[in-house]
Design a protein around this ligand. Structure first.
Ligand code: URA
Length: 421
């Protein structure tokens, strides 16, 4: 018999659901007597819309592994999902073992949501083209909402996701959530402005505070089975395999032309790369670009990545001071680089500096001893070690800077001619 009907305003309102669940558990209302309804009020997109949630002390503690499933089950397409989540909490509150069937079902629903999240992320272009991007999709609004953070990390420059149930706009600083819009009948010139207007009308809407991000929690096995660079990047944005993810803004994955046959590997993203979400865009990257052009190449005709995908730094005032990654950072990050290289299968791998060289060669390396000559790699391709461009930036006098820069350009030229040969 239904004793309580709870109405959530959106299928994304995880914190609203949680507040109600806590109250109902406290009041000992059984799962069978609750009816969960999702019904949008007419004012849903009004900027002033607010909600009042019940408060009650917590009665249940949720094991961490199970808690990680909750946001993903919450946005699943199963009509019983809210009931199943409540039933799980009720069982734990009563100190009973969770039936295997229930845990299995939660796992399956979470896996389905994560697969949908991955699919949506794979539609997001990287930040190498700064102009507005439109992503048309048919994913459900709650799934799209749950990916807002992941999508803006994947692409910090502006984009709009358009779906039948949701317009989600990221203008580079803020999210704007609006109602569905497909824009099929609009000319491309009007599309961005119309979708932005629609999404912006919903901004500041307090309902959206309730969204819980659905994360992928990549582990080495998932990474190794990735089949495309797009899915590798979409998974890497959630990487928490070492502590570098905590202070860093985002994972910075590789970019460029995956068919180029030539791969340049740096050390780790720096301050600018961490903010812009792109490798080699700061001072060392600009020097690298210039040297590569002088050597007859171009970054758009290469794949550029790093051995370590998070920025390692120590804060000093309002600056972030680069810290060299150590062996444990390189090892923790190696599943990403190994898989990236497997998918790219480059003919030539250029290791920029000691971190990249030891990550690829799997041993300690002295750059001055090993630079400027082809090194056969285990997969039959060719490796080349050279200095890291930041080494050139650190040289104290103009004369040694000029001399080392010429040697660096020569190394890059050798890499390009090895590719051509
Ligand atoms: N240094 C690196 O090694 N990589 C970058 O992406 C930027 C600076």
């Amino acid at each position: 018999m239904i004793r309580e009907t709870v109405t959530l305003s959106t299928a994304s309102d995880f914190s609203g659901w949680r507040a109600w669940a806590r109250k109902l558990l406290h009041d000992k209302v059984s799962a069978e007597s609750i009816q969960w309804i999702v019904e949008a009020p007419p004012s849903l997109y009004a900027p002033s819309a607010t909600r009042s949630l019940p408060t009650a002390p917590s009665t249940t503690s949720l094991p961490r592994a199970l808690a990680a499933l909750f946001p993903a089950v919450f946005v699943s397409e199963d009509p019983d999902r809210l009931h199943l989540l409540y039933l799980t909490l009720q069982t734990l509150r009563d100190g009973l073992p969770l039936p295997d069937e229930l845990t299995e079902r939660l796992r399956r629903l979470a896996a389905e949501s994560r697969a949908r999240a991955l699919d949506l992320r794979c539609q997001m272009p990287d930040a190498s083209h700064p102009e507005w991007q439109i992503i048309r999709t048919s994913h459900a609004a709650s799934l799209i909402d749950s990916q807002a953070d992941a999508l803006s990390n994947l692409r910090p420059t502006p984009w709009i996701v358009m779906a039948p149930e949701r317009t989600l706009c990221w203008d580079g600083r803020n999210y704007h959530f609006g109602p569905g819009f497909t824009g099929h009948d609009l000319p491309p010139s009007k599309l961005i402005d119309t979708a932005r207007g629609l999404a912006t009308a919903g901004s500041g809407n307090a309902w959206w505070d309730g969204i819980a991000p659905v994360r992928l929690h990549p582990i080495p096995e998932d990474i190794a089975t990735s089949r495309s660079l797009t899915s590798l990047r979409a998974k890497a944005i959630d990487c928490q395999m070492c502590d570098l993810c905590k202070p860093a803004t985002r994972t910075v994955s590789g970019e460029g032309n995956p068919k180029a046959g030539i791969l340049f590997i740096g050390e780790q993203p720096g301050d600018q790369e961490d903010l812009q979400g792109r490798p080699f865009v700061g001072p060392a990257g600009q020097l690298f670009d210039r040297a590569l052009r002088e050597a007859g190449g171009n970054r758009t005709e290469a794949w550029i990545t790093n051995a370590v995908k998070h920025f390692k730094f120590t804060p000093k005032g309002n600056r972030r001071i680069h810290q060299k990654p150590d062996a444990s950072d390189i090892t923790a990050c190696s599943p990403w680089l190994v898989t990236e290289r497997r998918i790219l299968a480059p003919k030539v791998t250029v290791m920029l500096g000691v971190t990249a060289a030891s990550a690829v060669l799997g041993r300690s390396v002295t750059v001055s001893r090993e630079r400027s000559r082809p090194i056969p790699l285990k997969d039959g391709s060719i490796g080349l070690v050279t200095v890291h461009p930041s080494y050139l930036l650190r040289l104290p006098d103009e004369e040694s800077k000029a001399r080392e820069y010429t040697k660096f350009v020569n190394d890059l030229r050798m890499a390009i001619s090895t590719l051509a040969g």
